[in-house]
Design a protein around this ligand. Structure first.
Ligand SMILES: [Zn+2]
Length: 284
């Protein structure tokens, strides 16, 4: 997973970008009067995020924000002024554009299509306009993500702006020769603590990554089938095919150690069945 940089502007800039719409609704003063509070919330959000205590902070708010007297106004400001009006949309697009090569940070599979509120705006309207709470994601990942906040640390969603999963490999695949498909799975690195291990499994399951990666693998295999088959025919050496696959896997891993392609290439290189002719049958 490749994670984008956090937005470089704050909630005040977002409110200013929404000013024309708020003025037209006669609500600018209302939001402006809450600005110091929004800024304090943003500061607390950042501090908690940096310390790995974001979930505790959000849980400590309970239902307070949901029942805030301006909850609906703040949500509407987001969905109308920020998403749909030119000045807001410019900032919206800037956050989207931070995704590396436009790739969704949660799956690495599909292109970014929208922004997701890490802390759902239904429960946390005072964070609806906070840039740090807005993460670019693809459509399926946004749909897969629950609109409810996790209640336990082991189910907390990863926050791309605050967490670094490092270069450890946690995504793996194996080639199932009987079914002629690649099977993806999480193997959390041994050095990770129990909570992080369970969170990555939860991430994998809640975004349906086993089946989404399995489907995507078919197209990767289709595009390299001929090359691997020709190499085997030319050299009559499965070891030669393995060496090429390993070199490709290393190259993919340098870009993203946990992309589905990296896991797939490693799996192909380790599959004796694939190397000895299975390339003609896998996803065929
Ligand atoms: Zn995604």
């Amino acid at each position: 997973m490749l994670w984008p940089e956090a937005p470089q502007f704050d909630v005040e800039k977002v409110v200013e970008a929404c000013r024309a719409w708020l003025v037209s609704e006669g609500r600018y003063d209302t939001v402006s009067n809450r600005l110091q509070e929004l800024k304090a919330g943003e500061k607390a959000y950042r501090a908690a995020g940096e310390k790995g205590r974001l979930l505790s902070l959000l849980l400590s708010y309970g239902q307070r924000q949901r029942h805030d007297r301006h909850a609906e106004l703040l949500r509407n400001t987001y969905t109308t002024a920020f998403v749909q009006r030119a000045e807001g949309r410019q900032l919206y697009n800037a956050i989207k554009a931070a995704a590396i090569h436009g790739s969704c940070p949660l799956c690495g599979l599909q292109q970014v299509a929208q922004l997701d509120h890490h802390a759902p705006k239904a429960d946390f309207p005072l964070l609806a306009l906070t840039p740090l709470n807005l993460v670019p994601v693809c459509g399926p990942c946004n749909l897969g993500k629950s609109n409810k906040l996790a209640t336990s640390a082991t189910e907390e969603a990863f926050h791309p702006y605050f967490e670094d999963l490092g270069a450890d490999r946690w995504l793996h695949a194996q080639i199932d020769a009987a079914e002629q498909v690649a099977v993806f799975e999480v193997r959390p690195p041994t050095g990770w603590d129990e909570v992080k291990r369970r969170r990555i499994v939860h991430h994998f399951e809640s975004h349906d990554l086993a089946s989404r990666y399995g489907e995507a693998a078919g197209s990767v295999v289709a595009k390299r089938r001929r090359r691997d088959a020709d190499l085997l025919a030319d050299t009559e050496s499965p070891a030669e095919v393995r060496a090429h696959l390993r070199a490709d896997a290393v190259s993919h891993a340098a870009y993203d150690p946990n992309s589905f392609e990296t896991a797939l290439l490693h799996a192909l290189a380790e599959s004796t069945w694939y190397l000895n002719g299975g390339m003609h049958l896998l996803y065929a």
